[in-house]
Structures are given as structure tokens and as C-alpha cells.
Write a protein that binds this ligand. Structure first.
Ligand SMILES: [Ca+2]
Ligand SMILES: [Ca+2]
Ligand SMILES: [Ca+2]
Ligand SMILES: [Ca+2]
Length: 669
């Protein structure tokens, strides 16, 4: 989803509509009930000092028996089970080539942009407005921030592949890389070209593009396209995968078909590709041209569907099929190894499932090992199955619940375990491993700020734990939202979140910069320039609402970075964490303690998280000859973690805001 310059009213409408579209509204409301029941239980627990409860009766129901599960297998590649994704927002990741930076003339409607416009210095204070921004408005959120460009590009990603590899990443998800006028590029000018400003020769590329028609035979490979293919080759050489953003619901206004329609009106051969409400009447002085656009943003005209509304209009459908072939097998030799490994599909619920059904078949014809992940914010089971996707961005089954338990502390450990199991069980087992388990993205607050602004009051939308609910996620909409850097305690909670992410079932995804210490509110402040260890940054001293503020230093957080690297390597080194089953073991609602196990082919890993304020003594019955070894902790030192074995029981002392990962060896030494 794209939330850009979105007024609050529109946002509430959006959220409301999503709920209406959800096939499982009743499910969402039952979750809300669970939460309130949980709170009652917690009060009861406080009163009676209930000790740890063994929760052995929960297991993931077997959903493998159905034909649905069998069919799903064809759309889930084996590699994704072992994937650790990293999400890159290209303009903000790394400027590897200052010669190709966007110019004022490259912006849409640049006539309204002050002549003093410049690339924003990478290391400047995010909240300080340049003079050209102030010319547009003193309001930070008004216009200027969306006209900023930082100059990130493909060369920057090439330069930092070593960094990603050392971090342990083996799959990259790129936010849109295709040509688009905005900073986010969800307003595609083309889907068959990489943005010229991401490549080495913007001017040359634009000339080539101008000479093309809609006929794929006239499509050239621009310098940016070629560099992208080099990047794909370099990623593959390292044994890594790459997926890109497919935005097939809408385009930008400079997209060739819409540009032609805008100019020729009823005479355009593309007049049916979009949903025209009124054509311009040439007899009148003003322009009556009106069309349906995404959530009313006129920069994002929507593609038309078929009359039956079960597919995209054949025109755009053919185009999307053509560009899919182009990027999945660029040299057209039938071998997909030179192409991308999959797609993330923007606002997938707004494109008819009939389209996705066919498109996902095409994708597997081109590459049977391709991965496609739809953007759905609710239970996506029916859509994933109807549309032949591999998985979804797992907001519903992962991020919401992690926020509820680990960040806000409103979801009890017991219910956390129950809900994780229940939401896993919504999907066939093979798909459970293809979920993209994220905690934040370009569409949400960063995890650091989510923790700083943990919701300590009744939720506005309990079924979402107020995750990405506009009144909770940005000073743009609510003036008590804090933009400060997370403190040590909040970083400890972030480490619990990342540990949960790396030890749970499904492919984890790290949003760029979370691992180097970046924080920030929802869009646009989740899209700051990446913090690197070789750059010196101005302190963050400004405030978007001009509130008083202690300046925060902006620098590479080596400690946090080491932690993420440790966690990612933990996952990569223990296949049970990728392939294993998930089962809650112990929860203590009073102590805010939760433990679970992962099991695969006789390997067993136990994870225990103490979200409470006191040390928790976790007692585990030990079987004959069984040995537990501590393999990882969430803090920087395991000094305070004790494992004792007495009277056939293991006692593991877990300090507050600490988590431990234990391996069980069933064979005596
Ligand atoms: Ca650049
Ligand atoms: Ca090929
Ligand atoms: Ca649509
Ligand atoms: Ca958002």
C-alpha cells in the first residue's frame, strides 16, 4: 500500500474499506474479544499469583490434507523457507553515483518547484527544511518533504551487497525500481524501464524511451535497465535472490497510455485502459477530464477492469504480461536465471483475483521457482489461494500480534501464543513458511518509534492493536507522538522483537536501517536516508511540529547492527528455525513470560521471552540424558542467564526484557 500525502479522513475511509473487504470480519472482531478477555484474565492472575501454565494442548492443526494445500505447493518455491529478506527503498538506501542524481526538471509538475531546488544532503537533519522547502511551505508535511530526493541508486546497492551479505541477508525486496516521477515510484511512468535516475545515464535513457511505442519490439535496454540486470547477476552470484515491486493497479500520469489518453481524449487508443468519468469538452475554457484514481489521488490513475470485474482490462493485462516476461527472462532464452526471482504485489486486493490467477501461472511458466508475495493486511487465505500467490506480507499473522505482546504489552503471552497458532492455521502449511514476517515497512512507523510510542491507552482499533492506525503513528496526525531516538530500554524491546522475528516460522524481513538504529514515524519519516558507518550525520534536532526537543545524535548503531547480524546468522545456521514446526510451550500472563519450541527432524530449539520487569525462573521437566545448551540471548551478554538442572527439572533464569534461545540435545555426551 502506498500512503502518500494522505489526509487523515481519507485514511480512516481506507482502513474502514479494508475491513469491509476482509472475508473474515467476524474473525477480526473475535480477536478483539480475545483481547478484552485476556485483560480480565490478567487481572485475575494478578490477584491470585498464578504461576507458569504449561500450554501443551495447542498445536497447529494439520491443514495439509486438503487439495487446496496440494495446489498451493506449486506456487511456493523451496528457497523462500530459508530466506531472510531485506527491504530496500531505492532513493534512500545509498547514493553510489552522484553524477546521476535527479534534477528539478525530473520532478512531476516541476514548474511549481522553486528554482533553488537541490538534492537533499544525505547526512542532513531530516527535520530541517531547506530554503526551497520553506518557499513551498513552513509546514514540514505540506509539500517540500515529498519533493526531496536523496540520490540513492543501483550503484549504491551494488556497493553495499557485501554489507548485506555479511549481515546474513539472502533475499532483497526492492520497493519500485521502475521509472516513476515521485520519490516512491508507485506512480509508474513505465514498467518496462528502470528509473533512469537509478542508472548511469539518465539523459541518454530518456532519449531512448522517448523513441519507443507500446509495441514491445520497440523497447530498448537503457543504461539503467542494463545496470539493473548486472545487479541481478551480482545478487545471484552471491546465492541471494531478488524480488521487485509490481504495481499493477494504477500508474502515474506520465505512463505512456495515460499520457496519450490525457492528450487525445476520446481519440486515444488507450481510452478503455483507464476509468474515464468525463472527457474534456474542447468548447469550454477549463479541462473537464476526470478519471478514477487510487484513493482519489489524481497522480495515480487506476487501470480499468473487465466489465465482469473479474480481470484487468485486456490492454493493461497484456502490457503487464509483456513486462513480466521482460524482467523474469530478460534475454528471452527460456532460462530465468538472468531475471528477478519474484514479485511483491502492491495493493493486491484492489486488482481482480482472476488477473492474479492467470498472472501467477505465467510467472511459474517463466520460472517454476518464483516467489510472489501479495500485499494484504488481513487474513489473506482466500485471496492467496484464489490468486495463486506464494504468501503475503504478514502484518495480520505476525506484526499485529508482536506489537500487542512485545511492544504495547496489551496482548497476554497466552493469547499471543494462541493467536500466532490460529493465524498460522489459516494457511496451508507450505504457505506458512512463505509468509513475509515483517514488523515494519515503508508503510508503517519504524519499529524503534513504534516502541517509543507504545500505545498505553485503549486502542482505537483493538483487532489491529492500533498497528498503522493513523491517529497513532505520526505527529502529522497526533501531536503527542514522539520523534526522539529510542532509549536503551526501548532498544532492548526492539531486540526482543527481532529475536522473535528470526526464530518464528516464516521468512523474516528487515526494513532497511532498522539494524543500524534508524527510527521514525509513519510515511514520510519512515523513509529517511540510510545511516551508514562511513558517513557523519548532523544531529536530529528539528521537530516537525516545532515542539521543544533534545537533539539526538544520528550515527551507525554498531551494537544493534551486531545484534541483527547475530540473530540472522542464528536463523541461517539452524535449519530448524526455517523448517521447523511451532508450538507454544509455557506462558505466564502475570510475569509476561512466553516460551515456544521449534522442531524439525529431531532437532529442537526452545525460545523463551521475558517481557516482564522481574527475573523469571522457567522450569522445564528434563528427560533422561537430555541436555540444554544456551545458543543465543537477546541482550549483549548472557552473564545473567542461569541454567540449572535439579531433580529432573531444568531451571532457566531469564532476566527482565531478555530472551534466550536453547538447543536441546537428546543424546547423552
Ligand atoms: Ca545518485
Ligand atoms: Ca534468460
Ligand atoms: Ca483496481
Ligand atoms: Ca502507514
Amino acid at each position: 500500500m502506498l500512503v502518500w500525502g494522505l489526509p487523515m479522513l481519507a485514511f480512516s475511509v481506507l482502513v474502514g474499506c479494508q475491513q469491509q473487504e476482509s472475508p473474515l470480519v467476524s474473525d477480526a472482531s473475535s480477536t478483539a474479544q480475545t483481547v478484552s478477555v485476556a485483560e480480565e484474565n490478567r487481572d485475575a492472575a494478578n490477584a491470585t499469583e498464578v504461576t507458569a501454565v504449561q500450554v501443551a494442548n495447542i498445536a497447529v492443526p494439520n491443514t495439509n490434507e486438503s487439495e487446496v494445500a496440494k495446489a498451493a505447493e506449486r506456487f511456493v518455491p523451496a528457497w523462500v523457507t530459508e530466506a531472510v529478506f531485506y527491504q530496500i527503498f531505492p532513493d534512500r538506501f545509498r547514493n553510489g553515483d552522484p553524477e546521476n542524481d535527479p534534477t528539478r526538471e525530473s520532478l512531476e509538475d516541476f514548474a511549481g518547484v522553486p528554482l533553488a531546488w537541490r538534492i537533499t544532503p544525505w547526512t542532513s537533519d531530516w527535520y530541517s527544511q531547506a530554503d526551497w522547502e520553506r518557499e513551498l511551505s513552513d509546514n514540514f508535511y505540506e509539500r517540500g518533504v515529498f519533493q526531496r530526493r536523496y540520490g540513492g541508486d543501483l550503484q549504491g546497492v551494488l556497493d553495499k551487497l557485501d554489507y548485506l551479505q555479511e549481515l546474513g541477508i539472502n533475499a532483497i525486496y526492492f520497493n519500485p525500481v521502475f521509472y516513476g516521477k515521485s520519490l516512491h515510484k508507485y506512480d509508474g511512468s513505465s514498467m518496462h524501464h528502470i528509473d533512469p535516475y537509478f542508472g548511469p545515464d539518465p539523459d541518454g535513457d530518456l532519449k531512448l524511451i522517448a523513441a519507443e511505442t507500446s509495441d514491445p519490439k520497440t523497447w530498448q535496454w537503457t543504461a539503467a535497465d542494463k545496470l539493473f540486470l548486472e545487479l541481478v547477476a551480482e545478487i545471484h552470484k552471491r546465492g541471494m535472490r531478488v524480488i521487485i515491486d509490481g504495481v499493477f493497479n494504477h500508474t502515474g500520469r506520465d505512463f505512456f497510455a495515460f499520457a496519450d489518453l490525457r492528450e487525445k481524449q476520446e481519440k486515444s487508443p488507450y481510452k478503455d485502459w483507464y476509468i474515464v468519468q468525463y472527457f474534456d469538452n474542447p468548447e469550454t475554457p477549463h479541462n473537464e477530464f476526470r478519471y478514477k484514481s487510487w484513493w482519489g489521488f489524481e497522480t495515480l490513475p487506476e487501470f480499468a477492469d473487465t466489465v465482469a470485474q473479474d480481470d484487468l482490462h485486456p490492454g493493461p493485462k497484456q502490457y503487464v504480461f509483456d513486462i513480466t516476461r521482460r524482467w523474469m527472462d530478460p534475454n528471452g532464452d527460456g532460462d530465468p536465471s538472468d531475471g528477478v526471482d519474484g514479485w511483491r504485489l502492491d495493493v493486491a486486493n484492489e486488482v481482480p483475483m482472476g488477473f492474479w490467477d492467470d498472472w501467477n501461472e505465467l510467472v511459474r511458466e517463466l520460472n517454476p521457482e518464483a516467489y510472489t508475495v501479495g500485499e494484504f493486511w488481513d487474513n489473506a487465505r482466500d485471496n492467496l489461494i484464489a490468486g495463486n500467490f506464494s504468501g503475503t506480507m504478514n502484518y495480520h499473522g505476525f506484526a499485529y500480534l508482536v506489537k500487542g505482546f512485545l511492544i504495547d504489552g496489551t496482548l497476554t503471552p497466552h493469547d499471543f501464543g494462541q493467536e500466532l497458532v490460529k493465524r498460522l492455521a489459516e494457511y496451508p502449511r507450505v504457505m506458512q513458511h512463505a509468509m513475509q514476517n515483517l514488523i515494519d515497512s515503508h508503510d508503517t512507523e519504524r519499529v524503534g518509534s513504534m516502541i517509543v510510542n507504545a500505545v498505553g491507552k485503549p486502542y482505537l482499533q483493538p483487532e489491529r492493536f492500533d498497528y498503522d492506525v493513523s491517529e497513532r503513528v505520526s505527529p502529522r496526525y497526533v501531536n503527542d507522538y514522539s520523534v526522539r531516538e529510542p532509549n536503551d530500554r526501548e532498544r532492548q524491546i526492539q531486540q526482543l522483537v527481532a529475536l522473535m522475528q528470526m526464530t518464528f516460522l516464516g521468512a523474516p524481513m528487515v526494513y532497511y536501517g532498522d539494524e543500524t538504529g534508524m527510527w521514525g514515524a509513519d510515511d514520510p519519516c519512515n523513509r529517511m536516508a540510510m545511516i551508514w558507518d562511513d558517513l557523519q550525520y548532523d544531529p536530529q534536532a528539528g521537530d516537525p511540529l516545532s515542539r521543544e526537543r533534545e537533539p539526538d545524535d544520528v550515527e551507525f548503531n554498531a551494537n544493534l547492527h551486531d545484534f541483527y547480524r547475530r540473530m540472522i546468522h542464528l536463523r541461517r545456521e539452524h535449519p530448524v528455525l526455517s523448517h521447523g514446526s511451532f508450538k507454544p510451550l509455557t506462558s505466564d500472563d502475570d510475569a509476561m513470560f512466553f516460551a515456544f519450541e521449534r522442531e524439525w527432524q529431531g532437532d529442537r530449539i526452545l525460545v523463551a521471552i521475558n517481557r516482564g520487569d522481574a527475573t523469571f525462573s522457567w522450569e522445564l521437566p528434563s528427560k533422561n540424558g537430555e541436555k540444554l545448551s544456551l545458543i543465543e540471548v537477546a541482550s549483549d551478554s548472557s552473564a545473567d542467564v542461569d541454567i540449572l538442572k535439579r531433580d529432573g527439572v531444568h531451571v532457566i533464569k531469564v532476566p527482565p526484557l531478555e530472551a534466550v534461545v536453547l538447543a536441546e540435545q537428546t543424546h547423552p555426551e
